[in-house]
Design a protein around this ligand. Structure first.
Ligand code: 13P
Ligand code: SF4
Length: 367
């Protein structure tokens, strides 16, 4: 379901939550957590706001949260503090007695919405026509369950930013070419890391329904879906130049959803967890410009007060959809469970889940 469809079907948070103060909301959340104990599990992605993260039973990047969901067989109620595709992945990986909820259904991901199943089926037919049976589909976990199921059905797998290199390497042991959805930047940056030249990469444009490539198509090794993250695309080469002009010994670290130019000019590039670990290991008094989501950058700056940590783009905003989950929505979700009338359950269609789990399992077994 696209974010627009979700918004049309979304029930709004009752007004009385807007009149509660922070202390009241925090106290109620603590009370419900204590009451439910291990029957309730709250995973939180690193991009979530501090007001929400303080209540997370576990925090992680998308890979770690998928692994934790797969291993948690105990919790009856999983209140996922992240975005829609992450909650879908948790639903795919948990058993039938476990229910997954997203505190605000508007917490989607604009990148995941850039590839729908109709577009993907059409692209696949056209690409098979050009390349025959030489392509393996891989999808970034930032995609709908239907796209994951498409990959599962066709021998492919999911990837996250922390295992993309391993997974693309694996894909090439299966087929001659990779069809990478929906983030062109992660696909391009990962293929480059594996020594594949930009000249061997083509773009699939889902709007124009065409393959964009100059030269002999037999030379294509990777077909990149033309999707992107609107948050990470806002880090630019100019941002890097300005930072380097301002601070002589600055370290620039970015997420691989940033453009190829930015990743090439940065000192380090890697997943959310990689960025967290790198800052943890860094010496005191070092200076860091970080190209990733703002809630995380702000948290890193607070944790590492002995270092100078700032956003690579000084005018950056947080990911708006991640930010939809706030204290009030978390409380609303928990109180609805307490009342026995839970709202915003994420249910992946059984047929879709059956194929999607194949793609996710292929990744988890290699991570
Ligand atoms: P990670 O895989 O690093 O958690 O990233 C998820 C995401 O949505 C980045 O924009
Ligand atoms: Fe999606 Fe980008 Fe937000 Fe991550 S940061 S959830 S990729 S829109």
């Amino acid at each position: 379901m696209s974010i627009l469809e979700v918004m049309n079907e979304t029930i709004q948070i009752p007004d009385h939550y807007k009149n509660m103060n922070i202390e009241e909301m925090e106290a109620r959340i603590r009370e419900i957590k204590a009451k439910f104990g291990t029957r309730l599990y709250i995973p939180g992605h690193h991009y979530q706001k501090d007001e929400v993260i303080q209540f997370a039973d576990d925090t992680g990047d998308s890979l770690k949260l998928a692994q934790l969901s797969a291993n948690n067989t105990q919790a009856e109620f999983i209140v996922f503090c992240g975005v829609h595709f992450m909650a879908e992945t948790a639903d795919i990986l948990t058993n039938e007695n476990q229910k997954v909820f997203l505190p605000d259904m508007r917490a989607g991901c604009s990148m995941a919405d850039m590839a729908n199943i109709e577009q993907t089926n059409l692209a696949w037919t056209k690409l098979q026509h050009i390349f025959g049976d030489t392509l393996l589909p891989l999808t970034y976990v930032n995609s709908t369950a239907e796209i994951k199921a498409f990959c599962g059905r066709n021998g492919g797998a999911t990837v996250t930013s922390s295992n993309a290199k391993n997974m693309v390497e694996w894909a090439f042991t299966k087929k001659e070419r990779v069809f990478f959805l929906p983030d062109q930047h992660l696909g391009r940056n990962t293929a480059c890391e594996l020594g594949i030249s930009l000249e061997n990469m083509a773009i699939w444009d889902p709007e124009l329904e065409e393959l964009q490539f100059e030269g002999d198509v037999n030379n294509i090794k990777v077909v990149l879906w033309k999707g992107y993250c609107s948050v990470h695309e806002k880090f630019t080469v100019e941002n890097i130049e300005e930072m380097r002009n301002q601070y002589k010994d600055i370290n620039i670290i970015v997420h691989p959803e940033c453009t190829h130019d930015v990743v090439q000019l940065a000192d380090f590039a890697g997943s959310t967890n990689y960025i967290i670990d790198k800052l943890q290991e860094a010496d005191p008094d070092t200076v860091w410009a970080v190209g990733t989501e703002m809630n995380l950058v702000k948290r890193l700056a607070q944790i590492h007060a002995d270092k100078k940590v700032m956003s690579l783009n000084p005018n950056m905003c947080p990911c708006l959809t991640m930010n939809r989950i706030d204290l009030a929505h978390l409380l609303w979700s928990l109180e609805s469970i307490e009342k026995g009338n839970p709202i915003n359950q994420i249910i992946v269609n059984k047929d879709v889940a059956k194929d999607a789990v194949k793609a996710v399992d292929r990744m988890l077994h290699r991570s």
